[in-house]
Ligand binder design. Structure first.
Ligand code: FCB
Length: 440
């Protein structure tokens, strides 16, 4: 299965999850208060603030030609309206290094982490966030814009709002439906102002958001009510945000809201895809249900079902917007690398199939390059192609890193790769390909 010669092969990371020492972030305080699984803290993380270059060099060795990374707002603006030129200079050096080793950067302005001062002002529940975000975006683009062809303003806005204001697993001060909708509305306003701040300075840059999209389905034994509910949750979680970026109007469960300057602010569709969830009505476990069918392949820590076809379904779901599509994240927590080789092969097969139908999928960023701090799950989930020993900072390539290198270097996935890295995928992806032909 062959990919186009201009395809972008990437990996993805986020500042807070790899840099270490982000003491001015609301996550740092949240961890100190003991909210993260097993009392884990980000601490020195993957030590990127001192040495991002080590892992970026590895990304280049992997044969990738792109990398998605984010900027830590709390470093760049440690106090309101005070910008840290040394922090900006460090990001410039990191971005220059990306280019030097052949990685096209895609840069995220906001990936789940806020400056403490902003959290204390009410973050996305307070209107002041819009002006602050606009000034932050303008400053960053003035200093770094010449190095960045692709921008993500906000990572997974719907996930962020759900985890913060509904489930409460992310740092928050308020919870409830009102706080959630207010949060979504201000995230939309922040995206709109940042989009224009970037495009005024660099009209050719591509700007959008990276949207978490999951398959929500009724279980096979589900009722009509379950199917209705799965459809309603999918419409809110998967569709409402991208649709708002195209039309300027957000369709919430209790009404619509128009946002000034929002229409037409997505230059591409960014899909972060991980898993499928079965939903029942009424919900038994709150908003995010963790149910899957018998025989489902489930990743570490009951993170979710491995369901590659869902990636194809999500690609189809954004086709109507008519924009180039990037898979801005896709990966699996799998410390033992038991599932990851097959996961990569089969998810990339879905991408290949989409491309074969002339769907405009332009790139794929695997989450993640190296094990990193997985938010409320701390260090209990290992998403890296490269394993990290937190104590010694030693790195070790998992077998899937070697597989991904073969794929990125050859722009193909082959049955020979499957034979060597994930033989269980042969009968799935190449039916009959594991047998000798009896015809001739
Ligand atoms: C996504 C987040 C990313 C990482 C992966 C596993 O939802 O964007 O930071 O946590 O999940």
């Amino acid at each position: 299965m062959t990919f186009p010669p201009d395809f972008l092969w990437g990996t993805a990371t986020a500042a807070y999850q790899v840099e270490g020492g982000n003491t001015n972030s609301d996550w740092w305080r949240w961890e100190a208060e003991g909210h993260v699984r097993e009392g884990n803290q980000a601490a020195v993380c993957c030590d990127w603030w001192a040495n991002a270059e080590r892992d970026l060099d590895a990304a280049a060795e992997l044969g990738t030609n792109a990398h998605r990374l984010s900027l830590e707002w709390s470093r760049i603006e440690p106090e309101p309206s005070v910008f840290d030129s040394e922090a900006l200079a460090r990001y410039r050096a990191i971005l220059q290094h990306c280019h030097a080793v052949g990685l096209e950067p895609m840069v995220t302005l906001h990936h789940f982490s806020n400056p403490l001062w902003l959290a204390d002002k009410g973050d996305f529940n307070s209107d002041v966030v819009v002006d602050y975000f606009s000034r932050y975006a303008a400053k960053v683009v003035d200093v770094l814009g010449d190095l960045v062809p692709k921008w993500v303003t906000i990572n997974e806005p719907m996930t962020y709002a759900v985890m913060r204001y509904l489930t409460g697993e992310f740092p928050h001060t308020r919870r409830g439906y009102g706080a959630f909708m207010e949060g979504v509305y201000n995230l939309l306003r922040c995206h709109a102002v940042a989009y224009h701040a970037i495009k005024e300075r660099h009209p050719a840059a591509l700007v959008s958001t990276a949207d978490n999209m999951q398959v929500f389905a009724a279980p096979p034994d589900g009722t009509a009510l379950d199917r209705w509910w799965a459809g309603a949750v999918g419409a809110l979680y998967n569709d409402a945000w991208p649709r708002a970026l195209h039309t300027g109007v957000f369709h919430g469960p209790l009404g619509r809201r128009r946002v000034k300057g929002l229409a037409g602010t997505a230059d591409f569709s960014g899909i972060n895809y991980y898993t499928r969830f079965y939903l029942r009505f009424p919900p038994r476990q709150g908003f995010i249900e963790r149910e899957w069918g018998p025989g489902a392949v489930v990743s570490d820590g009951d993170y979710g079902e491995v369901y590659p076809y869902g990636l194809y379904q999500m690609i189809q779901r954004v086709l109507p917007y008519g924009k180039p599509i990037y898979i801005t994240e896709n990966g699996v927590p799998d410390a033992a690398d038991r599932l990851r080789p097959g996961f990569i092969l089969d998810h990339l097969r879905q991408v290949w199939q989409a491309i074969s139908f002339c769907y405009p999928v332009m790139g794929y960023y695997h989450w993640s390059l190296v094990d990193n701090f997985e938010w409320e799950r701390g260090w209990t989930q290992r998403f890296g192609l490269i394993a990290l020993d937190l104590e010694t900072q030693a790195r070790a390539w998992r077998p899937s890193a070697h597989l991904y290198r073969e794929i990125c270097r050859s722009y193909t996935i082959t049955d020979d790769m499957a034979r060597r890295y994930a033989p269980e995928m042969l009968p799935v992806m190449w039916p009959g390909g594991d047998q000798t032909s009896e015809v001739f």
